[in-house]
Structures are given as structure tokens and as C-alpha cells.
Unconditional design. Structure first.
Length: 484
């Protein structure tokens, strides 16, 4: 009878979780939200930075439901995926930590936080964007990761790497998960090594080498798959050559395709350029093109010198269209000097980007750190303009409190699994913010993945280390006073 009663309670809790979940993921805001970047996945798949994962997801529903209705299927699938992944996440926590019913509901509501950043306009799962599925899949990735941390079993490590690879095929920013995979492999290997400093050191070095190799192979495979897809899209564009009014085909000039990796190096390097930097190029062709590119970039106000100082300086610290400006300078040079240059567009982009980054590395690093500050805010809190300065202090308090809580729990002999859970998400957030801003710009939707997980972890530690002890002391004091 007791088991039957518990099953009924569990069903009630499941009902109390899924109904709000259904309402949250399916109902609020615009049903189908087409964003500015949505065309990159719906139409212009050959655009730089578009990985094949999400367009393939869209194509599946396009082929299944037809052009007229497939976006409805996409929204339904994204919403159902988010509901299922967050539900599974809470169920795993419930079984691991023996949570009661109302705690499951509380954590389930907390896990919805990343999906709420654009409400009330629209929910993340209603946007035709990669975040529509990556936010949900990130919960599965983290489950596999934290299971590996808890159990030290390599099968969970491979599960984590599998989800990292899948996410990497959908969003280029998720490449940072390969760095986390390296840390995870080192953790598992060193903790399985047993006692002895020499033995642990040998295992650490072995894990480091293996992790770096696996990360590079994974990145290379993602890059290869993406390049093949990009090539297919380029071939389709070439087949659709422009047609004149007389119905005759004409040659349409095509710019050389550029990988996002090259574009990022150029963007971050040329942003730091000064006019005298032309002297670092001995090749007269490169020097001429640099001067032309510098003029175009400077006239557009797309250098560091034009970044407004202050709290919102980060908004001016990255210009992601630099490849178009430098490409325009290359075309301008070719028109005036046909057949002179021997370097390809990519070689020129890399030469500019790498040399400028090396020369101005300190300034680039300073700007990267300035970009990290709002990203840390967005990762655990919200960027509220009327109190934006206060948001900095709130975020600092949140991070310091969470780090201090983990240290306190470890010293007081708290639940090892809860401490590892909290430390794992802290490491994920820190690595994510740092690495994304070293290459990209950490806008809110790029760094909010772990917000729900973070607050679930902080609740579990705060409950054990602060709330329950305080309640127990209060009860004991009340009993003492009654006896007296």
C-alpha cells in the first residue's frame, strides 16, 4: 500500500511539473518568431558561421511536413525537446539526492530560466534559431558530464563528448566544450590513478595528451563536416548563375569562401590596428592592401579607438563584418592592379589578423576581459539598464557567494556529490565565458546555457549548509526555552 501511495504521489508531482512546463514552453509569446539570423538557416545556408546541424534539423521537418507547415513542426519539436530535457534533468537530481515533491517542482521551474530571456515577446523554443535546440541539449550534455564526475566512469565521459560533438555541429560557440572535455578526462583519469604522486603525475600527463588529441580530432571532424556542407551550398549557388533579361547566363563574380575561424582572427586582430602597423608588412602588396583596408575600417568607426569608454564599452569592442571591409580593400586593389597579387584572400586575412594580434596582444587581452564582464553578468543574472552598475555588484556577490559556499561545504564535510555538482557548473560557466569572449563576443544568448543548472546547484548546497542547520538551531533553541 505504501509503494502504491508513493507512486500516486510521484504521478501527482509529475503532473504538477509537466503542466506548467507545457504552458511555459508552448504558450507564451509569438508562436513562430523569425529573427534576423533565421534566414541563415532557412535560406542562406552557405553563410559564414552556419554549421550544418540546425539546417539539417529544419530540412527534416521541411521534407516531413512540407514548406507551408514545417515551421509549426519545428516549434512543436523544440518546445517538446526543452520540456523533456529539463524534466529528465530534474528527475536525475531527484533520484540522486532524494528530493521531495515540492523541491522537484522548484528545480524544474529554475531549469526554465535560460528559455525565458526573451519573454514576453517570445520563448526561445519559438525562435527559428539554433538556441531552440541547443539550450535543451545542453542539459543532456551536463547530465553526462556530472555523471562522469560522480562515477569516474569513462562511458559517461564518452557520452559527454558525444553531446559536445553534437552541439558543436549546431553552434560554433559550443567548441568550448572540447576544453571542458579535456578537464573532465584529466579529472577521471587522475582520480582513478590511485595513490602515489609519480603514478598520478603519469596519469595526468597521459590524460592531458589524450584529451588534447581528442579535442583536436573532434574539432577537425566538426570543421570537415561543416566545410563539406559549405562546399555543397557554394556549388548550389554557382549552379544558379545570374540570368540576363535576354535569358543568357552571365558570370557573377564570386568572393573566396572564408571559414569562421579565419574571419574571427581577422576581426579581433584588425580591430586593434593602428595606421603605422602597415610597416610590419614587408610585402608591398600586403602593405598597400592594409592601407586601403585601414582607411575603410577607420572611416566606418570600426576600430578600438572609437569604442566609447564606460559600462557599455563592450558593445563597441567587436566588429564581426571586418572580413567584408578587408575584402572590399582586396577587390579595390585588384581592380587597380589586375593579376599582381599572388596571395589568396584567406592568406591575406590570416596575415593581417595574426600579426596584428601578436603586436597588440596586451590590448586585445584587455578588450577580451572587458567583454567577459557583461558575459559573467548574463550567465547568472540579467542586464537591467536602469541599474546596470548594480548588476555588476550583484553578479560579483553571486559568484563569490557560490565559490565560498562550495569551499565551506567541502570543509564541513558536505555531500560530495552536491559539491561536485556545484563546482562542475561553476567551471562550465567560467570556461564558457572566458573562451567565448577570447574569440567571439559573449552576448546573453551565448552564455546563458548554465543559468538554470547553476541555481539548482546553489539551492541544493544552500539548503544543506545554511537553511537546514539554521532551522535545526531554531528548533533546538525553541525546545530549550520550553524546558526552561
Amino acid at each position: 500500500m505504501r509503494a502504491l501511495s508513493e507512486r500516486r504521489i510521484n504521478k501527482t508531482i509529475v503532473f504538477c511539473m509537466l503542466i506548467p512546463g507545457f504552458l511555459f514552453y508552448f504558450v507564451p509569446g509569438e508562436w513562430i518568431s523569425i529573427q534576423k539570423d533565421s534566414t541563415a538557416y532557412l535560406v542562406d545556408r552557405g553563410r559564414e558561421g552556419v554549421l550544418p546541424g540546425y539546417p539539417v534539423f529544419l530540412d527534416f521537418f521541411r521534407n516531413l511536413m512540407g514548406e507551408q507547415y514545417f515551421l509549426h513542426g519545428v516549434v512543436i519539436a523544440q518546445s517538446a525537446l526543452a520540456l523533456a530535457c529539463t524534466f529528465l534533468f530534474v528527475i536525475v537530481l531527484q533520484r540522486q539526492f532524494q528530493l521531495c515533491g515540492w523541491e522537484c517542482i522548484l528545480l524544474y521551474m529554475g531549469s526554465m530560466m535560460p528559455f525565458s530571456i526573451y519573454l514576453p515577446e517570445c520563448g526561445i523554443t519559438h525562435q527559428i534559431m539554433t538556441e531552440g535546440i541547443t539550450y535543451a541539449l545542453f542539459y543532456l550534455y551536463f547530465l553526462a558530464t556530472v555523471k562522469a564526475v560522480w562515477t569516474l566512469k569513462y562511458r559517461w565521459y564518452w557520452g559527454s563528448m558525444g553531446f559536445a560533438f553534437l552541439l558543436g555541429l549546431i553552434r560554433s560557440q559550443m567548441i568550448f566544450l572540447q576544453a571542458l572535455g579535456l578537464l573532465l578526462l584529466i579529472w577521471i583519469t587522475v582520480n582513478r590513478a590511485g595513490k602515489g604522486m609519480v603514478r598520478k603525475t603519469a596519469y595526468f600527463v597521459s590524460a592531458m595528451i589524450a584529451g588534447v588529441v581528442l579535442a583536436l580530432l573532434s574539432y577537425k571532424l566538426i570543421y570537415t563536416v561543416s566545410a563539406c556542407d559549405l562546399q555543397r551550398q557554394a556549388e548550389k549557388k554557382q549552379q544558379g548563375a545570374a540570368v540576363t533579361e535576354e535569358g543568357q547566363e552571365t558570370d557573377t563574380p564570386q568572393r573566396e569562401a572564408t571559414s569562421q575561424f579565419v574571419s574571427l582572427i581577422l576581426s579581433r586582430g584588425f580591430f586593434e590596428a593602428d595606421q603605422e602597423d602597415a610597416e610590419i608588412f614587408e610585402d608591398e602588396v600586403l602593405k598597400d592592401i592594409f592601407n586601403r583596408a585601414y582607411r575603410i575600417v577607420d572611416e566606418g568607426g570600426h576600430r578600438y579607438a572609437y569604442a566609447e569608454p564606460g559600462l557599455y564599452m563592450w558593445e563597441d569592442l567587436v566588429y564581426d563584418k571586418m572580413v567584408l571591409d578587408v575584402g572590399e580593400a582586396i577587390m579595390e586593389y585588384d581592380e587597380e592592379n589586375p593579376g599582381v597579387r599572388s596571395q589568396s584572400d584567406t592568406e591575406i586575412y590570416l596575415a593581417f589578423g595574426m600579426r596584428l594580434l601578436v603586436k597588440h596582444f596586451g590590448r586585445y587581452l584587455y578588450h577580451a576581459v572587458r567583454l567577459m564582464i557583461p558575459s559573467f553578468i548574463a550567465s547568472v543574472f540579467f542586464q537591467i539598464k536602469p541599474i546596470y552598475l548594480i548588476c555588476h555588484f550583484i553578479t560579483l556577490f553571486i559568484y563569490l557567494f557560490s565559490i565560498g559556499l562550495c569551499i565551506y561545504a567541502a570543509r564541513r564535510g558536505g555531500d560530495r556529490h552536491k559539491i561536485e555538482f556545484a563546482v562542475s557548473i561553476l567551471i562550465v560557466l567560467i570556461v564558457m565565458v572566458v573562451l567565448i569572449n577570447l574569440a567571439f563576443i559573449g552576448i546573453q544568448r551565448y552564455v546563458v546555457y548554465g543559468m538554470g543548472i547553476f541555481y539548482c546547484a546553489m539551492y541544493l548546497l544552500t539548503r544543506d549548509m545554511i537553511l537546514i542547520p539554521c532551522f535545526d538551531r531554531f528548533v533546538r533553541r525553541a525546545k530549550r526555552e520550553q524546558k526552561e
